[in-house]
Design a protein around this ligand. Structure first.
Ligand SMILES: Nc1nc2c(c(=O)[nH]1)N[C@H]1C(S)=C(S)[C@@H](COP(=O)(O)OP(=O)(O)OC[C@H]3O[C@@H](n4cnc5c(=O)[nH]c(N)nc54)[C@H](O)[C@@H]3O)O[C@H]1N2
Ligand SMILES: Nc1nc2c(c(=O)[nH]1)N[C@H]1C(S)=C(S)[C@@H](COP(=O)(O)OP(=O)(O)OC[C@H]3O[C@@H](n4cnc5c(=O)[nH]c(N)nc54)[C@H](O)[C@@H]3O)O[C@H]1N2
Ligand SMILES: [Mo]
Length: 776
């Protein structure tokens, strides 16, 4: 694609194939092989000594928080290490000894780099000095930090309105960085703060806030151990939250049942070998899930409705199935729900789910007798048009069973990025919270804007139509993470300036505005020192606990800057030192930021005192059944509609999922050994009957197309893989499939792109060259 500024950048990346191998999926998650894989990655990137130091420091009391997922750390971490294979890959990826500097960019233009895959781009290593891509140029060149800040400040001052700038955040930033960033954006005058959670757990936040009064989960790690039933819906913990398997294993040892609800039989839930105990190293492993309900994509509402309907029938006999005392004291909407359930036809619900009657009855039998129930979920529930309603339907189940606000029961939306929850808690949000604004006035001394800002999908549109002209990103890879890659590329290309505060090279550095900047920053594992003093940062886990994080390695270069310092310096430069907030001082001394967090962010009263070690829990009303903020002071039982997908006869429902060798858009390797796929990512998992209907053979090359609102989108060149997936459903990896996800189709009320239910068709590939494929 030749963009507006005459740069010929391939925004999608190449589509050449490698030598795909497909074997039987590995049924044992973790075990010895996981240890081998862990060490292979870290040794290669960091050497033996740093690998061992890093792995033994991760998640330990005085160490650093794992940069991978947001699963919480136990109070007594394992002495042999509190990490998993994917945490180790994240560490190796960040602490790699490979570096790229201005010389590298002098040699390679963004046009050449864009012809490499995301895997290859990431492999180059850490960004080690600030860089600028000037107007009309295709090579980044070195720039001093101060010149970079001056350039950004000048651009921001030149806009007609602060709302013409967009400030994105990815979820790896610390509370301190996110807080200071959020303050700078507001002091500048806008609430345009889209963040990765708009594409991630936003639907959970909306559904939980309106039913239970807080957008976060209610369970603590310890609740898992003695739960009677744990439901894992739309989540693949073996790959994305591996340390969760240890908690599930403990639950099973104590007699708990695990129910997996997922179109796929994900490894880890099916057979898990805990590498931390001897049995796990030598034994055959255990099935973690006692029951697997292979639901059709986005048919969770009919499934839960059917379960509730059958539970209600049982309860009608003796009133022992539901917790009637809890229902009358703490909830509203029970009788309406029971009446509503009667209006649904059982056979219709059953056929929508695709699950056998027998399996559903097994689930009903288990749930009827138990009340300590936890529901865990992730992207399988949050990325559909009806995600908010889907999550509310699972909340209904918990409320009917009285499984809220008591030990070993409750909600557990399992967060993705390691500090995505903290970033939101300290003020990364596009909407206006009047109480928060009041505290900003009082404690920060400036007037925050009171006009709602824009989220991810709205930002894409604003940049595309020219309403927004500057894009600044605190981490992440907006181009590849957002839906509709072609549209997002055009949106970024439309900007006057794009700025990426990053650790590693990614495609968002290549698809840019007229001028682009890369501001390289520290990773979690690095020692962050100022004037000889080691500084620490804080994070919030998926379960609302604040903890400190202190890196140990020598930074990748002496010319990178910490995130808070970058923001502090930008604030200082922009306001020319003339503003009530001491930007530069705060950027240097994180304790000053923590003191302000304690005053301004809700529930943070003790960060500056109590975040040391494992810190403290933020308040959570659901844990003590306080629903005073909700209508009539009650938890809300809700009525939710059935999904309404009208698929054409030749259409299939696609979910875009993660492989075992990636962290979001960062591709660590080309294998997905838990699903038996080696050396290739451009694959589509299909049921054999769907293949037969289309006369497709194993490994045949196809194009995937989606048609929404009359517009056809194509993702080129995928190899067909026969797989155990319910008929009518297909799966393929994100971000390669993002060109298929229409930018203007997203979840109702949470605006999360519909990445898990995209209607597609399969076309046989007619030979075409990859160059042509990528034309817009
Ligand atoms: N190693 C590693 N760890 C990660 C990440 C990573 O990329 N790599 N990403 C991090 C981030 S940001 C996040 S948000 C999380 C993501 O963690 P997950 O949500 O586990 O990740 P996905 O691969 O998107 O998996 C979604 C799961 O939902 C299932 N599913 C899809 N549609 C449906 C549906 O309609 N109903 C049901 N019941 N199930 C469905 C899929 O089969 C799949 O198992 O992981 C975090 N941790
Ligand atoms: N189709 C489809 N699309 C999806 C999803 C899906 O399931 N399907 N999932 C969505 C989800 S859940 C999410 S969370 C988003 C993810 O969206 P993002 O958070 O935007 O993407 P990441 O791939 O996590 O960002 C990786 C980049 O972050 C930078 N980085 C890493 N660590 C740090 C750090 O400590 N500081 C800074 N400043 N930069 C750092 C590196 O440069 C790296 O290249 O993608 C979403 N997109
Ligand atoms: Mo996420």
């Amino acid at each position: 694609m030749e963009n507006k500024f005459n740069r010929k950048v391939n925004h999608r990346g190449p589509t050449e194939f490698r030598d795909l191998e497909f074997k039987d999926p590995i049924t044992h998650a973790a075990g010895k092989l996981a240890i081998k894989e862990t060490l292979k990655h870290t040794f290669k990137e960091m050497g033996v000594v740093d690998s061992m130091r890093g792995l033994f420091t991760i998640n330990q009391q005085d160490g650093f928080d794992c940069p991978s997922c947001a699963w919480p750390d136990p109070e007594k971490p394992s002495k042999i290490g509190e990490y998993c294979e994917n945490g180790a890959k994240a560490l190796a990826d960040e602490a790699t000894h490979s570096h790229i500097d201005a010389e590298f960019f002098k040699k390679y233009s963004i046009e050449e780099l864009s012809e490499l895959t995301d895997f290859q781009l990431n492999k180059f290593g850490r960004l080690v000095e600030p860089l600028v891509l000037r107007e009309g140029k295709i090579h980044y060149e070195a720039i001093s930090w101060q010149d970079a800040f001056d350039l950004i400040a000048k651009e921001l001052h030149s806009l007609d309105s602060p709302n013409e700038a967009v400030f994105y955040t990815s979820g790896r930033s610390s509370n301190e960085a996110a807080f200071l960033y959020g303050m700078f954006v507001r002091a500048y005058g806008t609430n345009n703060m889209p963040d990765c959670s708009n594409m991630c757990h936003e639907s959970s936040g909306v559904a939980l806030t309106e039913t239970l009064g807080i957008g976060k989960g209610s369970t603590k790690l310890e609740d898992f151990y003695d739960a009677e039933v744990i439901i894992i819906a739309g989540q693949n913990p073996g790959t994305n939250h591996p340390r969760m398997l240890t908690a599930l294993e403990k639950c099973k040892e104590n007699g708990g049942y695990i129910i997996a609800i997922n179109p796929l039989e994900e490894t880890g839930l099916v057979n898990f070998k805990n590498p931390k105990n001897l049995k796990g190293l030598v034994g055959s492993g255990e099935d973690i899930a006692d029951l697997h309900l292979a639901v059709n994509i986005n048919q969770d509402i009919p499934l839960v409705k059917l379960i509730l309907k059958r539970l209600a029938e049982k309860d009608a006999l003796d009133e022992t199935v539901f917790d009637h005392q809890f229902l009358s004291e703490y909830t509203q909407g029970y009788s309406e729900l029971i009446t509503d359930l009667k209006s649904f036809n059982e056979d219709e619900l059953l056929s929508m789910t695709g699950v056998s009657d027998e399996k559903i009855n097994q689930a009903v039998e288990i749930l009827a007798k138990k009340s300590k129930i936890i529901v865990c979920w992730a992207m399988g529930l949050t990325q559909h048009k009806n995600s908010v309603e889907t999550i509310r339907e699972y909340v209904n189940l918990l409320l009917l069973k009285g499984a809220i606000g008591k030990p070993n029961a409750g909600t557990c939306p399992v967060r993705g990025h390691s500090n995505v929850q903290g970033d939101r808690s300290v003020g990364i949000m596009h909407f206006v919270d009047e109480e928060f604004n009041e505290r900003i006035r009082k404690y920060m001394g400036f007037e925050p804007p009171n006009e709602k800002g824009i989220d991810v999908v709205e930002s894409m549109e604003a940049m595309h139509t020219g309403k927004a002209r500057v894009f600044i990103a605190l981490g992440g890879n907006f181009l590849m993470a957002a839906s509709d890659t072609d549209y997002t590329a055009e949106a970024l290309n439309n900007c006057q300036m794009t700025v990426q505060i990053s650790t590693k090279l990614n495609r968002s550095h290549l698809v840019t505005g007229k001028t682009a900047l890369i501001l390289p920053t520290f990773g979690r594992s690095e020692k962050d020192e100022k004037n000889g003093n080691a500084r620490f940062l804080t994070m919030e886990s998926s379960m609302g606990r604040i903890r400190q994080s202190k890196g140990i390695f020598k930074p990748a270069s002496s010319n990178i800057m910490s995130e808070p310092e970058i923001i502090g310096n930008l604030g200082h430069t922009f306001f020319k030192g003339n503003h009530p907030v001491a930007w530069q001082a705060m950027g240097e001394d994180y304790e000053l930021i923590r003191q302000k967090i304690d005053l301004v962010a809700k529930g943070f009263e003790k960060t500056s005192e109590q975040s040391k070690g494992f810190g403290y829990y933020l308040p959570n009303n659901t844990r003590h059944r306080d629903f005073s903020m909700l209508p009539n002071g009650k938890a809300q039982i809700s009525l939710n509609k059935l999904p309404d997908h009208k698929l054409q006869q030749d259409e299939l429902m696609l979910m875009t999922i993660r492989s075992h060798d990636q962290f979001n858009t960062t591709i660590y390797g080309m294998d997905d050994r838990y699903r038996g796929v080696y050396n290739e990512r451009r694959v589509i998992f299909m049921n054999q009957s769907d293949m037969a209907q289309r006369n497709l053979k194993k490994f045949e090359i196809v194009n995937l197309t989606s048609t929404y609102d009359g517009k056809k989108r194509t993702a080129y060149k995928f190899k067909v893989l026969p797989y155990k997936i319910p008929p009518g459903n297909v799966a393929a990896y994100f971000p390669e499939t993002n060109p298929l996800v229409p930018y203007n189709h997203f979840a109702e009320r949470s605006n999360t792109p519909i990445s898990k239910s995209v209607k597609i068709r399969i076309e046989k590939e007619k030979s075409r060259t990859s160059g042509q494929d990528n034309e817009l």
